[in-house]
Design a protein around this ligand. Sequence first.
Ligand code: SF4
Length: 608
Amino acid sequence: MSAPHIDPSTLDACVDAAIDEWGAEPTHLLQVLREIQERFNHVPPAAVERVASRLRISIARVRGVIGFYDFLSDRPWGLYRIVFSDEVVDRMRGSHLLQEQMCRALWIEPGKLSEDGLVSVARTASLGLGDQGPSLLANGRPVTRLDEARIEQMCACILERRPVDQWPAEWFLIEDNVRRRDVVLDDASAPGDAIRAALARGAGGVDGPQALLDEIKAANLLGRGGAGFTTGVKWESCRRQKVEPRVVVCNADEGEPGTFKDRVLLTRRAELVVEGMTVAGYGIGATQGFIYLRGEYRWLLDALRAVLARRRRDGLLGRSILGQGGFDFDVAIHCGAGSYVCGEASALVESLEGKRGIPRNRPPRLAERGYLGRPTIVNNVETYCAAALISLYGVQWFRARGTARSSGTKLMSVSGDCERPGIYEYPLGVSIREVLADCGARDTIAVQCGGPSGTCVDQDEFDRRIAFEDIESGGAFMVFDASRDLFEVARHFAHFFADESCGFCTPCRVGTSLMRRLMDKIHDGKGSEHDLQTLGELQRLLQAASHCGLGESAGNPLVQTLRKFRPAYERRLIAYGVEPAFDLDGALARARRMTGRDDPGAHLRGPE
Ligand code: SF4
């Protein structure tokens, strides 16, 4: 299938419009390419050249960026681009069978464009819709609750070339599925309240920003993305840097399979997220903010832009916020383009700069040299919500919830084998058992907390707690009942890490692919005890020698399930119960008789 003809003047006009909108800076390369991709379903070669020329960068750099991100392509994807979510919980509901059904009906191979250039079908690690899957993106729009009937109707729509925006509206219904609320989801403060509270700390000659930072530290707000770094310490370190301007980044790239809480916060509490970013801007003396929105959440972009526009209109963003001279802060939204590793803070900053999302060497830390060399803080969506509430209600209020070491609440994204998947907000310190009871889980044998890179908890550990002193978690909570095979869950995770490794460092690039191969070998009934040992050795190697957290944690689900669900592995191993074809010890019987010896030393040693 040759590429469709594109009128050169139309192409040039599109490229120029994207560059005019974003600015002719290399920093905007990724955003410009995304716009072109959306318009033409790929980035045509002529566009590559024009972008390189207008941004004054090499063609190789443009191609390098296109090759890095899953949501960019230099070859046409067709009029319809279908991308299935491939989380393990989607597979548990038959997503792979639905994908096969669609490919059969459309006469296409997965990952390839149809002969007539109409449609391509692919899959991605997670769409952040694990509570209402199986799901897919149709030209960037999410379709949930897939079943055979819906797939059949969708194929009919595609074959009759009905535009996606004319498909039945109920297919695109996204539910928030909020099942339990606490202070973040229940808060009824008005836009601007937390900023006013922050500004009020500066009355009477007090250093307002420092007073705010002191409170954030005293509240012991730990990062909600999973790493649990002390937010106030990070902010203060950034504020101490002499370089200006400083930058506030909201990491809305929740790519960890099993997580979808940020989707709900960005839908329901977007004002609070931006409020928290603005409070942070006041605290560290930043003028520039970014929301890095994962490409899979592109459908949230218009609503988020509307929030920013409203806040500018109301004097909550822009120059002299709430009339405070010198308090200038604004926020832009950059979209990711389908790369899991960009959830790592330094890779995210690289991506914000329009580059491939390769994690940086540290030091220097981002608080010293981040976006374009400027002091930068990167925090999770939920962390900014909590920071806004601390500014508004104070330290004591915040610390009244949670445990002594883990203050506040945590949003959990619950999915898998339970009656009520969705969002649950609990004070930190909640037990696994309590979450399982609330979500209607039965016969549970395991919970994967924090996604594939997190912790696999078995039945003996259900009294453990979600807290930074026990199980750290970004919020994913995947439930597996007795019908599930934990080896297959771990094998799925092994594939995920091998697919998502950015390839920058050898231990991760090679190690994750070796682990995937070993798991497939065991799955095929060709594995041995030696392979199980090798898995452990690879995990130790990855943990010690990888450049970033992806590689460090890639072996975790394998060693944890191997330790806790060993029979699931062992029953697949080759059985060595083979009778030898020749009895060597028996053949030596005559020699023993001749020498008059029959002591143990005259026999061949059997297997130990
Ligand atoms: Fe890339 Fe993996 Fe190395 Fe991280 S550990 S930099 S994801 S190759």
